[in-house]
Ligand binder design. Structure first.
Ligand SMILES: *[C@@H]1O[C@H](CO)[C@@H](O)[C@H](O)[C@H]1NC(C)=O
Length: 326
């Protein structure tokens, strides 16, 4: 008799993952969605170089009507040429500074309804808080955070219009792995990128009823002109701590981003390391995939231990570095 109870008990226990899976299947919110991009208007900021340009190429390739916004006119024209050459498609280009709300509003009014808004612009200046000029800190917050507010605020009324007939829309926001974990030398940069996460989580709740879906993209170091230039001034400790498997190609990041946008994924990592980082920092963020939710649930204790090991390693490096300097 006791034996029978025991095997019944182990059976229930063995089936526990299945119960959790079924439970998650029913409760994950928001529900899965597909956001098509063919024959739809995709608006990309920071679109004249790096990840933005790579995304523009891929969207044009897949039949989107692409609009690019950036500051530098000659780079925009180069981008337009290269996309025309590669895909045969015309893209519209606009020069504006995302810090200037009025000019952003004007551009958005001129281009008409947007289906997919990609807030990809960003500036990156690594330095310790103590020595970084306040002007630079403000610049990063203004461009990365306020600039994204400006864009979304300007584009949202048009994006909501006739959404019923036009199908699901998307707002994609380019964060960074430095928006998931704070690293030495990234005080201002990380603050601006963490800020985007708070915005995105709240925004998704505000616009879900309008059938607009938020994707928050977390690329690792990426080989872009901006990154290569600014990285020359990266503090030594930043390089020691952030030493990773090397920088990703902009094309690869763009591909992952686009897949994330099309599948309406909220948190979009770009490589395996980023995937682990996303799972371990899932927190209370929305999750549309019950399989991913399951992954988050079962791996969380292990990933927390891994996270603590990283912290241990980083603090050891910092200690060693200071000891050497003395
Ligand atoms: C615009 O880009 C071109 C080509 O990359 C560069 O030579 C020029 O200095 C840039 N202009 C500004 C105002 O940054």
């Amino acid at each position: 008799m006791a034996d029978a109870y025991f095997s019944l008990f182990s059976l229930i226990l063995l089936l526990l993952p299945l119960y959790i899976l079924i439970f998650l299947y029913f409760i994950v919110r928001p529900r899965p969605v597909r956001v098509p991009i063919k024959n739809r208007h995709v608006f990309i900021t920071g679109g004249s170089s790096g990840i933005g340009l790579a995304l523009a190429h891929q969207c044009a390739q897949q039949g989107s009507d692409v609009t690019l916004l950036a500051r530098n006119v000659s780079k925009l024209e180069e981008a337009k040429e290269s996309i025309k050459l590669a895909t045969g498609r015309d893209v519209r280009i606009f020069s504006a500074d995302v810090r200037d709300f009025e000019s952003i509003k004007k551009v958005v009014e001129e281009v008409g309804e947007i289906d997919v808004l990609v807030c990809n612009h960003g500036v990156y200046m690594p330095q310790e808080l103590e020595t970084q000029e306040l002007e630079e800190i403000r610049f990063m917050i203004d461009v990365n955070l306020m600039g994204t507010f400006h864009l979304i605020k300007a584009a949202l009324p048009g994006m909501k219009k006739n959404r019923g007939e036009r199908g699901p829309g998307s707002i994609a926001i380019m964060s960074s792995q430095a928006g998931q974990v704070g690293i030495y030398g990234y005080t201002a940069y990380s603050a601006s990128k963490f800020g985007l996460r708070g915005m995105a989580e709240a925004l998704q709740q505000e616009i879900i009823a309008d059938n607009i879906h938020v994707s928050l993209i977390f690329p690792p170091d990426t080989e872009t002109p901006g990154f290569v230039e600014e990285n020359k001034r990266r503090p030594q400790l930043t390089s020691i701590i952030a030493a990773s498997s090397g920088a990703m190609k902009a094309d690869e990041v763009a591909k992952k981003s686009l897949n994330g946008i099309k599948s309406g994924t909220f948190i979009v990592p770009c490589n395996f390391e980023g995937f682990l980082l996303s799972v371990s920092t899932a927190g209370l963020c929305p999750q549309r995939s019950f399989l991913m939710a399951f992954m988050e649930v079962v791996t969380s204790p292990i990933l927390r231990i891994a996270g603590l090991c990283f912290q241990w390693n980083w603090y050891e490096s910092i200690e060693k570095w200071h000891a050497q300097k003395k």
